[in-house]
Design a protein around this ligand. Sequence first.
Ligand code: B12
Ligand code: SF4
Length: 501
Amino acid sequence: MHKVVLFNPRSANAKHRIPNTILQVGASIYGQFEFVIVDGNKEVDPWQKINAYFATGEYAFWGCTVMPGPQLQQAIPFTKQIKTLYPNVVTVWGGYFASNQFRVVMESNCVDFIVDGPGDKAFPALLDALIHKKPYEFIQNLIWKTEEGVIIKNTKEALLDQDALPVLPYHFLDQFYPLEGYLPRTYLGKRTLAYHSSMGCPFKCSFCAVVPIYEARWRGKSAESIFRDVMFVKEHWQADAVEFHDNNFFVSEKRVRTFSELMLGQGMQWWGEARIDTMDSFSDETLTLMRDSGCKMIFFGAETGNDEILKQMDKGGKQTGKQILSFAARMHKFSIIPEYSFVLGMPADSPEQVWRQIEADISFIKAVKEVNPDTEIIIYIYSPVPTEGSDLYQRIQEAGFKFPETLEDWLLPQWEKFDLRRNPLTPWLTAAMVDRIRQFETVLNAYYPTTSDIKLSNFQRKTIRTLSAWRYKSGIYKFPYELKIMQKFWLRYRQPEWEGA
Ligand code: B12
Ligand code: SF4
């Protein structure tokens, strides 16, 4: 028997979104190969279910998606266990961790194949080859190992026409886990749909995990297809808001305009991720249309106000500190909330220089809040991504940073925190620097409680703001215990690493 178990390891504590990765991988084999879906987010003990499937002897394939961080805590032990108990089962991994850390994954000997990038063609082709004993050695987007143990990375396929991909089998997923359980209440609406409308990104920021996989390529579904899918879920499961999980939803102004026109009057709020320089080139007319169609907030990688570092990050060369500030002010006019993410703690030539960069970014974030207090700020500590060949990667290696050398090491608590961009493990950052960044974040979140926190009353907002004012204004962020206590009980500012947007 040649059935497939598709697995989404646990990735969040609550408010689970539709597992779009597994859904799309499922779409690629739907109607061709029999498969089941196991979602670690929805199971108390997923192993029990997985083991029961394999114990029937009907299942020959294990397909697991893996992003860095907590997903590894199920992906690694379960895959190893399958290889031990069911050695004939073929194990296939895909996703950002599998692609970017392919050596360590293949050397673990528990993963037989990695689908490197989109699996829409590669996965059915691999299953077909293995079942019908055809050669798989030339399937594009595949990483495999020769009998001698040599790891081979096949060529990448051109990005497929996204409108020609099979439709997402929402009803099939619904048979395993009721779809309405994937439409959580968020600040956007009562039933929020997560949707992914494009693959890749046309840029090459040197710190970004998308670049090694997509190599500056991007292809999106048409506005009409997106609208069709959104309306399908609205009609069948009453979705009333949408989060676009694309790396870069706003690459094409034309696509955004058409989508916004289609969404007018639907009463659905929506959110997506964009670049500041791209969106700053959008016309006022487009921004107005976006707002009128329900676009409430947009996530931007602002990264830093330091032009020198922006250049190092290779943001495409167009984004500047000045533009980040003026764009925040521009968004204010259109009542679209910019959500700016900053990356603090980049490497520098000396510890003094690292400190100067951190302090400059803190002042810059305060300046952003000055021009548009509605701007939501997300602060990350820089966690390197292995973009081999980039100047930045060269620099972090020279500074003594090393990734784990075995798959098991990725399970250590310090690497899990690294993935969550909470504990950088980068040799140039001292504990005092990390504390300064985190303490500033605490004070900032208290002085400007986020608008997306739907549970906070006006009274609570005012109280916490008043209490934190002296710290925010004086720059004394040390030991903000009083704010921490209030935040623990009142504030639940968004933690995208666990909840998504
Ligand atoms: C939704 C999402 C989440 C959700 C969880 C999703 C889930 N699986 O349950 C939440 C919000 C919880 C989350 C958390 C995190 N995430 Co996340 N997440 C995403 C996001 C926005 C969308 C993923 C998605 O649905 N894609 C849609 C599908 C269709 O595309 P795809 O995943 O690429 O899948 C295709 C191929 O990769 C391949 N494929 C993938 N898996 C498999 C498996 C098999 C068997 C096969 C054959 C093929 C295959 O085929 C698919 C179809 O073509 C991506 C960014 C992005 N746009 O992809 C980031 C992203 C994957 N996350 C990322 C990160 C870093 C995290 C965090 C670790 C940290 C953080 N601060 O966000 C946390 C922690 C994760 C955890 N707790 O385990 C990074 C990974 C970067 C990296 N360094 O490798 C990304 C790329 C965002 C980014 N640009 O930084 N995330
Ligand atoms: S624009 Fe965003 S998604 Fe694209 S390469 Fe840069 S950081 Fe990555």
